[in-house]
Design a protein around this ligand. Structure first.
Ligand code: DQA
Length: 150
């Protein structure tokens, strides 16, 4: 299994600043990912129960940390894809939670955080992630999942 976590305000995708984040809702993106990876199996996963992708969204830092801990120690977990939203820029608690996990975590941002305001240029969570994809829209989630499946 791979868990995809989306942080604050990403539940508003579709209507939230569409010039930056596009017109897809989070449900649209999750349905697109489910279809795209239909038939993909979690190879080498003895606990594989047929559900490859699990989706989670929260606006609350503590709930994101609880989900990271729950998913990160689950048997058969391949890895976690996280778009921490604005928490990427300042949440040491989420950074520490990621650093504590035995599974790889990939950070995704829909927009290119380096081409936006200065305060978005720094991610405190990225250094403890396996990699970061920023600016490729929903494709970023798919590329992160593909890399975890390799
Ligand atoms: C974001 C970028 C963040 O700076 C912002 O706070 C978000 C969305 C992105 O996906 O581009 O909420 O993570």
């Amino acid at each position: 299994m791979i868990t995809i976590i989306n942080g604050p305000n990403l539940n508003l995708l579709g209507t939230r600043e569409p010039d930056i984040y596009g017109h897809d809702t989070l449900d649209d993106i999750n349905a697109w990912l489910t279809k795209r990876f239909e038939g993909a199996r979690s190879f080498g996963d003895s606990a594989f129960d047929g559900v490859l992708l699990e989706f989670f969204q929260s606006n609350c830092e503590g709930e994101i940390i609880d989900k990271l801990q729950e998913a990160g120690f689950k048997p058969g977990m391949r890895g976690i894809v996280i778009n921490p939203g604005a928490y990427a820029h300042y949440s040491i608690a989420i950074r520490d939670a990621i650093a504590a996990l035995p599974v790889p975590v990939i950070e995704v941002h829909l927009s290119n955080i380096h081409s936006r305001e200065d305060f978005r240029h720094r991610s405190v969570t990225a250094p403890v992630c396996r990699g970061i994809i920023s600016g490729l829209g929903k494709e970023g989630y798919a590329l992160a999942i593909e890399s975890l499946l390799k």
